[in-house]
Design a protein around this ligand. Structure first.
Ligand SMILES: NC(=O)c1ccc[n+]([C@@H]2O[C@H](COP(=O)([O-])OP(=O)(O)OC[C@H]3O[C@@H](n4cnc5c(N)ncnc54)[C@H](OP(=O)(O)O)[C@@H]3O)[C@@H](O)[C@H]2O)c1
Length: 297
């Protein structure tokens, strides 16, 4: 553990990705400054308790962000999924511009694995590629990470597990790539530790690659009862542009491109397979969605 590292400014540190990054950086010995909209929220206080310095601010407050970047070694930028495409692009570009102006040593932007390199013409699908394109033009040692589907997304209520089905977008023999949110932080922390290697790199990140059959078998084993894999019906996909876009990306688009899992394990020796995630932190979420509070799941 190094004690002379300069701090890293983390956006979204009370959320999934930023929270994972802040925890992993603190554990690796980096001082962390977190820009949070509300420092009195329990998640902000927990972050402070864990050792992060809190700065109150939001994406709209350019002067606050620029001030918060003073003296930082790195910046981790992630934007919430509920922004309009216009705001997402504006905030994403502004944060990167401020990092370049502040001469940040290493900037990491978390994009999306379905981003791909070609624009689709649909603003909400193109927000992340447009931010990426902007970052690549800046005089900044920047790494763009594109996390694959979060393992946590599979156990969200409303995706079929309540009815013992795993509703998915692809055929059961088709492999998909997943990542546990806690591994995003560990991979990002390892990336900050090697600017010479990762400055200028764009990489998809994942923890496992497995078919629908494998997923159903893993769920069945941990749930102790059959969970079947079911693909969304064609008419449901046809009626929902977001689902349809994701399905085609998973089948033969950017989400189907293989992640180098050996590199992931080299960056994060604790990388979780889907089964190990499900046996650990995924277990409680599975139990909740199966509505088996007292069960051994
Ligand atoms: N690959 C996948 O499966 C997957 C799944 C979900 C999302 N995503 C992507 O992940 C990204 C979102 O990351 P996440 O899931 O980590 O987000 P998240 O858990 O929703 O957290 C959002 C964070 O942004 C902060 N925030 C919200 N509004 C803010 C503002 N105006 N100014 C400053 N901070 C603000 C929130 O603070 P408060 O807590 O104070 O509100 C929170 O810390 C999106 O790009 C989304 O597309 C990918």
């Amino acid at each position: 553990m190094s004690h002379d590292r300069l701090p890293i400014l983390v956006f979204g540190a009370t959320g999934r990705q930023g929270g994972s990054v802040a925890r992993a950086l603190l554990k690796a010995g980096w001082p962390v400054r977190a820009l949070v909209p509300d420092p009195s929220k329990p998640a902000s206080l927990a972050l402070q308790q864990a050792g992060a310095e809190l700065v109150r601010g939001s994406f709209e407050e350019t002067a606050t962000i620029e001030d918060a970047m003073k003296g930082m070694f790195g910046v981790f930028s992630v934007l919430p999924g509920n922004l309009s495409a216009e705001d997402e692009v504006r905030y994403g570009k502004t944060i990167a511009d401020l990092a370049a102006r502040s001469r940040i040593d290493h900037f990491i932007y978390s994009s999306g694995a379905s981003a791909g390199d070609k624009l689709t013409g649909v603003p909400r699908f193109d927000a992340k590629p447009r931010i990426e394109e902007h970052i690549r033009k800046l005089p900044l040692a920047a790494t763009i990470v594109r996390p694959m589907i979060f393992m946590e997304m599979l156990v969200r209520p409303g995706f079929g597990l309540e009815d013992r089905r795993l509703l998915s977008l692809v055929r059961p023999d088709h492999a998909i790539q997943l990542i546990a949110v806690e591994d995003i932080g560990k991979i990002v922390a390892a990336t900050f530790a090697d600017t010479a290697r990762f400055g200028g790199v764009t990489m998809k990140i994942a923890g496992d690659r497995l078919t629908g059959h494998d997923l159903a078998a893993a769920f069945t084993e941990v749930a102790g009862e059959p969970i079947v894999y079911a693909r969304f019906a064609d008419d449901v996909l046809a009626a929902n542009a977001d689902l349809a876009q994701m399905a085609s990306s998973l089948e033969d688009g950017p989400l189907a491109e293989r992640v180098d899992l050996n590199l992931m394990r080299a960056l994060n020796p604790e990388l979780l397979s889907f089964r190990s995630w499900l046996a650990g932190s995924g277990r409680a979420a599975l139990r909740a969605v199966l509505r088996k509070p007292g069960a051994a799941v």
